[in-house]
Write a protein that binds this ligand. Structure first.
Ligand code: ATR
Length: 285
């Protein structure tokens, strides 16, 4: 059975899940658009993931957002996938289709792309320095390439992981990819128009990366995908040096919009009101 029209239900699945902002985000849009529906948080262990998904599908859910640690399992379980999920080998959105198939999507790349576009516009001819080589970095490469970045330099604590990612993704994008270790910062920082932190360093409880920001051109923009805390040490230091900064909330809101549309049938707007609501929630987190 599949619910249509009023009363659509979707979920967000992770372990843990209490800190997820997705129920708040989707709830805000449901209220704003006066739609009858809900997005419920579901704490599900790794070993229970597949059974839970099949159960939710049978129970009439529209689909689920997927977060740590299930993104790879979600991709593996789906019958079909969009280009971004295939490139990432991971999904943050599963859509339960009317024909019974489960579709894996990845909206992280779109989220980053729209967040950068909103703040900076296109990246044609520009060089981006991307820190990290995990799942988030994969989405970031796609999003940055879609904006026309000429070069993306991937730097990771373990340089071999950055090299593998660059090799694997080069055939998928037109931007020229290069890879190195964090020690290559000194060489590459002076050419960066945009720096993107896709590592979990700087997240609440994790120390920040030690980077010498004085090596950046004064026009360089710094984006951190971490949004808890909203102003990471990296963004605070960059702002203090006069750089334009982009926090992780833009990406969070923009990656949620296509999920909301898939679940509830309407494309929502990313607004200052939504941002203010999320900032307030984070201040109590
Ligand atoms: P995600 O899917 O969120 O990207 P991930 O795949 O676990 O998560 O990747 C985490 C990224 O943050 C990796 O690039 C990791 O570097 P390593 O591959 O060298 O482990 C990076 N990272 C996490 N903590 C870090 C730290 N304290 N310093 C530097 N890099 C860190």
């Amino acid at each position: 059975m599949r619910l249509t029209g009023a009363g659509r239900i979707a979920g967000v699945i992770g372990w843990p899940i209490v800190h997820s902002l997705s129920p708040l985000l989707h709830g805000y849009w449901l209220d704003e658009l006066k739609l009858d529906g809900a997005l419920v948080p579901l704490a599900v262990r790794r070993e229970d993931f597949a059974q839970t998904i099949w159960g939710l599908q049978r129970a009439g859910f529209q689909g689920v957002n997927v977060t740590v640690p299930h993104k790879e399992a979600a991709f593996a379980l789906a019958h079909l996938s969009d280009a971004a999920a295939s490139a990432a080998g991971a999904a943050n959105l599963l859509i339960f289709r009317a024909d019974g198939k489960i579709e894996a999507c990845n909206t992280d790349a779109v989220g980053l792309r729209e967040s950068v576009r909103e703040a900076l516009g296109e990246l044609k001819g520009k060089t981006v320095l991307l820190l990290g080589a995990g799942g988030a970095a994969r989405g970031a490469v796609l999003g940055l390439a879609a904006l026309g970045a000429a070069r993306i330099d991937l730097l990771n604590r373990h340089a071999d992981k950055a090299a593998m990612l660059a090799r694997g993704m080069q055939p998928l994008v037109e931007s020229r990819l290069s890879a190195g270790g964090l020690e290559d910062w000194a060489k590459l920082a002076p050419t960066a128009a945009l720096v993107v932190n896709s590592t979990s360093a700087g997240m609440k409880g994790n120390p920040s990366l030690a980077l010498d920001l004085s090596l950046l051109p004064s026009s360089a923009v710094i984006l951190d995908i971490v949004y808890n805390p909203l102003e990471t040490e990296l963004l605070r230091d960059a702002r203090a040096r006069g750089h334009k900064v982009i926090d992780g909330l833009g990406m969070l809101m923009h990656q949620a919009a296509p999920s909301f549309e898939a679940f509830f049938g309407v494309r929502p707007n990313v607004t200052a009101g939504l941002r203010a609501r999320l900032v307030e929630a984070l201040s109590h987190a």
